[in-house]
Design a protein around this ligand. Structure first.
Ligand SMILES: Nc1nc2c(ncn2[C@@H]2O[C@H](COP(=O)(O)OP(=O)(O)OP(=O)(O)O)[C@@H](O)[C@H]2O)c(=O)[nH]1
Ligand SMILES: [Mg+2]
Length: 625
């Protein structure tokens, strides 16, 4: 008991619906997904039942409690620590034997036996078991195990009250005698066979589609097709939306400035808020928001139906060839959403060397912070083909697919080098489970991704772009004439002393030109270190404050006036994919590796790859007439 609250450990095999139960009981909206390893960090929530407050800890799924992967150690140590007052073990109703094996390991823990810790077994995904005509004798199961057993369909929120009741009852009745757990000895297989009723349908039949997906060649083609389909739909829907939004947002500047004047705001504040921050955001958002609003829900739908994990299957053989751990493909899939989460997800990898490989290469997969800039550049610089309509945007989709494939290629190449150096020539065995096909609940998934992913990215962008915009505005007016001039002044000194912003741009210009970019772009990448999503607005802010061009009819025209061409866009896309991880990811890498040296390696590896690739690409593109 903690401050009168009972702590329940929610644990079980991966992909059994633990987080769905956790969300249903506590009202939280922690991400769920139809593949193993969705939860990468324990989450805590609370609920009330019958006047008692319960804290619930959702622990990432694991198959055993050996000291193998990070999750197994975490679950075992958590249960051994004595922090938990009860354990809720979740298993899939249609995979009872596997669930019972896991339960057996829990019940064999010294701490559970000695203290008689209340344990409740929840048979989730009851609806799927029913569809497969699997019936389970709950009374027999409960009698043999001597613990409460509750069936549940967490997705439709059915029976969640029964789960609460079972937990409450287990926690409030007299402590179990040590004797009862110690005498408990059962064979998971025999008990599952004894409790499961007649099955009329074979659950393990491999569907023809899965044969295609698991085929070495067709699997890769399916992976490519899925990527192309997602990007094509995103580009085709986003293009008209971006044009509409741009018209609306650029008109907002005048009333916003008028409103500030009406408030009697000083001139400098109006200049900072309207020209320094508002205008760049109004130009950038129409090209960043629609692709996010289309792509993130599509990706979530692909994950929920089970298609995305099947696409990850294609990666398994590639990783094996690179001597990397196949489990790394799940870190890569999670890294598509957030690199920091991808780094955390590597805890499921047992071997230290392979885990380090996954951590060092994780930020090479474009995360949701990098995607808006990639999509905006594709929309701005590459005309859709066919030109318009819902089928338009094939060129753009191909460009985006190319960017993701390049990221994957460099990731695999580096994984090969690192795996050899850090773990020798072995590729550890890994069982990748194909999840069930599930019909997604469209409304919930679309709304969920819009609110959790899109708003999260926008929020992070605003949190960085607003203070950084002020900093850029100030540094464009701040001069450093030296000790004679009082070090810093806002008045342009005599002579050709540049402002601080100009000085930074000039300093970075040679490196920028080598990479087909310019000093302003590199400065934006440096200032945007805390969040990748802020880089595009920051580039525009720097141009508006430091450049001579201060207005244009549209964003494309403005960028063209800054000397941008499709070559600049391609080099910028390359740098966007290959550069240092954001601050959150760096902090996570530091925490996970416990080493500043490895964190520095994780920063320098993608950065060096980016510098080299941009310089080579620039050289190659300069040969194109
Ligand atoms: N049909 C059905 N689907 C469910 C049910 N409960 C969960 N799901 C789905 O099962 C998938 C996995 O759910 P999660 O809650 O993420 O599973 P988890 O055990 O937390 O997974 P990890 O964190 O990876 O261990 C999701 O697609 C859920 O929508 C259920 O009762 N019925
Ligand atoms: Mg989970």
């Amino acid at each position: 008991m903690k401050d009168g609250r009972t702590l329940i450990a929610l644990t079980g095999c991966p992909n059994t619906g633990k987080t769905t139960i956790f969300n249903g009981l506590t009202g939280r909206s922690t991400p769920t997904g139809n593949w193993s390893g969705t939860t990468v960090e324990p989450a805590v929530g609370s609920f009330m039942y019958s006047g008692c407050t319960y804290l619930m800890a959702d622990i990432p799924g694991s198959d055993s409690l050996s000291a193998g992967s990070g999750w197994e150690t975490l679950t075992r140590d958590f249960l051994r620590s004595g922090l938990a007052d009860a354990v809720l073990v979740v298993c899939r109703a249609s995979a009872l034997e596997r669930g019972l094996s896991y339960l057996d390991r829990i019940l064999r823990l010294e701490r559970v036996r000695q203290t008689g810790l209340p344990v409740v077994l929840c048979l989730n995904l009851w609806d799927e078991a029913r569809k497969r005509c699997v019936s389970i004798d709950l009374d027999l199961l409960s009698d043999v195990l001597q613990i409460p057993v509750v069936p549940c369909c967490a997705r439709c929120r059915e029976d969640l009250d029964d789960v609460k009741t079972a937990v409450h009852h287990a926690c409030t009745t007299a402590p179990r005698s040590r004797f009862r757990y110690e005498c408990l000895d059962f064979s998971p297989k025999r008990l599952a066979d004894a409790c499961c009723g007649h099955r009329r349908k074979s659950p393990a039949a491999v569907l023809p589609f899965d044969r295609v997906v698991t085929d070495p060649l067709y699997g890769k083609l399916f992976f490519l097709f899925l990527m192309l389909a997602l990007f094509w739909t995103t580009m085709a829907v986003s293009a008209p939306l971006a044009a509409l939004l741009q018209q609306g947002m650029t008109r907002l500047g005048v009333p916003f400035a008028a409103f500030l004047s009406w408030l009697d705001a000083p001139e400098w504040l109006i200049s900072c808020l309207v020209r320094g921050i508002g205008l760049p955001l109004a130009w950038a958002l129409p090209y960043m928001l629609p692709p996010m609003a289309v792509f993130f829900p599509l990706l979530a739908l692909a994950g929920e139906t089970g298609l995305l994990p099947r696409a990850a299957f294609a990666m398994d053989r590639c990783l094996e060839r690179c001597r990397a751990c196949g489990r790394q493909c799940m870190s890569m899939a999670v890294g598509l959403g957030c690199s920091a989460a991808g780094v955390l997800s590597s805890r499921a990898i047992v071997s230290y060397g392979h885990r380090l490989t996954a951590i060092l290469t994780c930020s090479l997969i474009p995360c949701s912070g990098k995607f808006p800039l990639l999509a905006a550049l594709a929309l701005l610089f590459f005309a859709g083909f066919p030109a318009s309509g819902l089928t338009g945007g094939l060129t753009r989709a191909l460009i985006l697919t190319g960017a993701f494939l390049a990221a994957l290629g460099v990731n695999l190449g580096l994984s090969r080098l690192l795996s050899r150096a850090l773990s020798g020539n072995r590729s550890p065995a890994f069982i990748l489970e194909l999840p069930e096909y599930r019909r997604p609940r469209f409304g919930q998934i679309i709304l969920g991704s819009l609110f959790s992913r899109v708003l999260l990215v926008l929020g992070r962008m605003a949190a960085v772009a607003l203070p950084a915009g002020m900093l850029i505005w100030i540094s464009a007016r701040l001069y450093c004439p030296g000790p004679a001039g009082g070090w810093f002044t806002f008045t342009a000194p005599a002579g050709r002393i540049p402002s601080l912003l100009d000085a930074l741009i000039r300093l970075l210009a040679p490196a920028g030109h080598l990479m087909g970019l310019d000093g302003a772009i590199l400065a934006a990448f440096l200032i945007g270190l805390p969040a990748n999503e802020a880089v595009f607005p920051l580039i525009l802010m720097i141009y508006l404050q430091a450049g001579s061009v201060t207005s244009a009819a549209s964003l494309s025209q403005f960028l063209a006036l800054q000397g941008w061409t499709w070559r600049t866009a391609l080099c910028l896309m390359t740098l966007c994919v290959f550069h240092w991880p954001c601050l959150t990811t760096c902090r996570t890498i530091r925490r996970e590796t416990g080493s500043l040296l490895w964190t520095a390696a994780a920063v320098w590896l993608p950065t060096l790859a980016g510098l080299l690739l941009c310089a080579c690409l620039n050289r190659l593109l300069s040969l194109v007439p």
